[in-house]
Design a protein around this ligand. Sequence first.
Ligand SMILES: Nc1ncnc2c1ncn2[C@@H]1O[C@H](COP(=O)(O)OP(=O)(O)OP(=O)(O)O)[C@@H](O)[C@H]1O
Ligand SMILES: [Mg+2]
Length: 502
Amino acid sequence: MKGYDFRGAALELGVLVGEDGGADASERIRISLSMLNRHGLVAGATGTGKTKTLQVMAEQLAAQGVPVFLADIKGDLSGLASPGVASERVTSRAAEVGQTWRPVACPVEFLSLGGLGDGVPIRATMTAFGPTLLAKVLELNETQESSLGLIFYFADKNGMPLLDLKDLIAVIRYLTATPEALSGIGGLSTATAGVILRALTNFEAQGAEAFFGEPEFDACDLLRLTGDGRGVISVLELPAVQDRPRLFSTFLMWLLTDLFHVLPEVGDVDKPKLVFFFDEAHLLFDGASKAFLQSIAQTARLIRSKGVGVFFVTQTPQDVPADVLAQLGARVQHALRAFTPQDAKALKATVSTFPTSSYDLERVLTGLGTGEAVVTVLSETGAPTPVAWTRMRAPETLMAPSRPDVVQGVIAASPLQRKYGTAVDRQSAYEILSAKLATQQPADAPEAPGGPAQKGESEPRQTVLENVLESKEFRSLARSAASTLGREITRSIFGTARRRRR
Ligand SMILES: Nc1ncnc2c1ncn2[C@@H]1O[C@H](COP(=O)(O)OP(=O)(O)OP(=O)(O)O)[C@@H](O)[C@H]1O
Ligand SMILES: [Mg+2]
């Protein structure tokens, strides 16, 4: 068995461990930077070293000029902003793996969802977030999801920007109170509109309005370098919303989709433009519709040529659907437990996802020590390297949260704080509809797609737009709005506004 040698730049993960459990510092286990856009998986039971592996990778990426995005669910990754503290354990691990350990602090940007938590607030407008992701957060079924798509379409066509949550609520309230407008949108029933409205008002009651609105976060801000060419690590601090996993995992998906839209094609690159760590990835896949899963698989496939590497972080590979798993070139598998019959089954399934090797993987995977992993990556020619039992390097930044004053100092000094620090509430659907309600008769309210209802007409007037809305093609598009591509087609055909930033 050999370590992994690459001619180009690489990340050092650790060194090879022999069958006797001893580390061989001459056999380095690395990941080529040019292969990072072929994505990866970091998996393992709780407490086995996944977060520290992320820390080790992020530190080296930043040092080599690659920006990093990661979600900090427990708050322990804020340590990236502070130099590590030497200890007996760190020194002995460094010696074992042949690491010249020196404390460093990385250039870090702290972000938070809507300002909940320690970080520059990031928000998405309702329109950019879109009906598919919103349906996922609200746990809507597929019919409700396509109805939500029709509501977005209606608002767009009637010049009612959906920027924040109250805009969307106002539009649905208007629709449910205006039967002729509602009936103009073929396929949206009062009952479904009511269900969506209830889901949204519950969501609002949980404080969700903070996450939507302007200024909208520009995903290009994740691609920053410092003046001396180091990659900035954007850490999305999530402890304050960790009880709302559907919300934050969907936001991560929005960020990734947004990146996909704004980044130009670059093909294969020597080093990635960004490495995106998708932590607690199972939350994204749990209960997701088939179309949603397809859109994740497709985003992962297509974002590669934009130079973005995505690493999913989760407990076992079974959390990841097969067509996503098949795209993950690098695998860092920390220890698995085998306490229950289900564990034993999951262990066997995990083993079957690895290339064949000389190891008894069931035994190795359950016997791995903390900060050890079974690793396979892609060689520079794209072939999987042999599975290697690896002792991971020790992080050189702080292995605990940064002190609150350090975090607050970083946030206060951030150029992003000036850009995103204060929410802006400009005129949008809510204001437009409130103004109409206050001053006008219902007859003057915005037109339903299909034009004003004709008094005395027994048959609703068929317009070109209505024909389109009723058409098989539109309905199937509205359904396939559940896929990113479907949304794109819907946008390009119906001209749904989307802010282009590049
Ligand atoms: N590479 C490493 N070098 C030194 N110590 C490590 C390393 N990896 C793990 N450890 C030790 O193991 C502990 C647990 O690691 P870590 O927090 O990364 O686990 P985890 O898999 O992220 O757990 P959880 O699922 O609970 O988030 C660390 O606090 C640290 O003491
Ligand atoms: Mg962790």
